[in-house]
Design a protein around this ligand. Sequence first.
Ligand SMILES: Nc1ncnc2c1ncn2[C@@H]1O[C@H](COP(=O)(O)OP(=O)(O)OP(=O)(O)O)[C@@H](O)[C@H]1O
Length: 503
Amino acid sequence: MNWLENLKETFLDWPSMLAVLPNLIMVGLKNTLILAISSTILGVFIGLILAVCGIARMNWLKVPARIYTDIFRGLPAIVTILLIGQGFARIGRMLFGPSPFPLGITALSLIAGAYIGEIFRSGIQSVDRGQLEACRALGMTYPMGMRLVVIPQGVRRVLPALVNQFIGNIKDSSLVYFLGLLPGERELFRVGQDAAVDTGNLSPLLLAGLFYLIITVPLTHVVNFVDTRLRTGRRPTKLISGLQEVSDAAALPPSQTARPHLAGGSLEVIGLDMAYGPLQVLHDVTLTIPAGTVTCIIGPSGSGKSTLLRCLNRLVEPAGGDIRLDGESVLPWKPDRLRRRVGMVFQQFNLFPDHTALGNVALALRKVQGKSGGDARTLAQRQLAEVGLAERADHRPSNLSGGQQQRVAIARALALQPEIMLFDEATSALDPELVKGVLTLMSELGQRGMTMVVVTHEMNFARSVASQVVFMDEGRIVETGPPDQIFGRPNSERLKRFLSEVL
Ligand SMILES: Nc1ncnc2c1ncn2[C@@H]1O[C@H](COP(=O)(O)OP(=O)(O)OP(=O)(O)O)[C@@H](O)[C@H]1O
């Protein structure tokens, strides 16, 4: 059993562990935390700048960010620490005195920044494009949408990776001793190592190692827990059947039909052309949409229906022609001015997943319309009640059915009191039993005087609700007319063929 004794003496020499414990806590742990926390905070700051530059369209921002990242990610940490700590020692002494501690933090931050920048960049780029589109459709500017919705979502997604980086910094902090730290600046490793040399066994170093684990292991678990909570919000306590939702929607209070009349605006589309690069998608589209009417756009896949709709609030820019809102050309306007008057609902809802239903509706009220938090919440609550979702105000989108999510999206657009509502295949992503509730809500809006332009595959809806139906094919309007005419007496062969396929 001699080897066992030997191992015990080497690793579990209690007196030498006890002797080094105060120093490990008061000096080592403290300095390790200072090094790791400050370099992570500075690294987050550098990383955010790198990420924003990295996703920018301008090369003069993108290229330097790329070069920085390649250099500091490619070099071994110890090389960077020595190059900075020793290369800038003279300036460091002038600025900070004899301590190499600040230069050590700087070096760790520069390294961490390169990794954190990549973490943020991939997080931000993984956020669905629809999120930014929804922000823009709500009248937010690009920077506002990035700041309020896209970047927070991207950062939240990478929380576990960020904590990994913090753990990496805790471990890398042990390399700073190469710069010759003053005794009071030694970190955990150095304190353990010095004591190990003094005592001639590895017990103090093992104890230092344990301290590393005490910090890093619980941290990983706490962050995973927080990440899960942030992702899902409060979990529902029982399953809700889609049929229950149908009954809920049908049982909306009678006031639903007696709500105030909406003042819809009119739109004129004149000779509109649009191209995605070399692909000409819209050709000379001319269309009049009188105030308070419902225009349904139908047509085969790829005929340019969504593109036309997106031109109407300038989510894509037309190449030629004009769009007039209440007689005034909107093309010279800033797009957010137009979008404040033209709401949009998307096929994939594009709700903000980190906000509750109430938060989704209130966000643009606060940030675009400048309402106070209290006013925005009151208005949002009222709007949710109007779409029959008062009870679901504190649910996250992930805890709502598709039909409920789409009704929140409609409430979110309506809360800004638009004059025109655009619906881009609003029911195409819904389970069949949930389609009716959303269509009923849309037809109520039409009855109340909202001007609506609806891209739809729901021919019954177009037939019963539309004031006019527009049939598009190959980027052109082929036929326009009241539903009776379009569905009952189609003129063109193409429309006849389309109707024979879909009806
Ligand atoms: N962002 C884009 N970049 C390049 N091409 C695009 C883009 N969006 C759409 N297109 C192309 O433009 C054409 C018209 O697309 P659009 O989505 O407007 O048609 P649609 O009639 O709405 O079709 P669907 O009913 O399938 O949604 C298609 O050929 C499509 O591939």
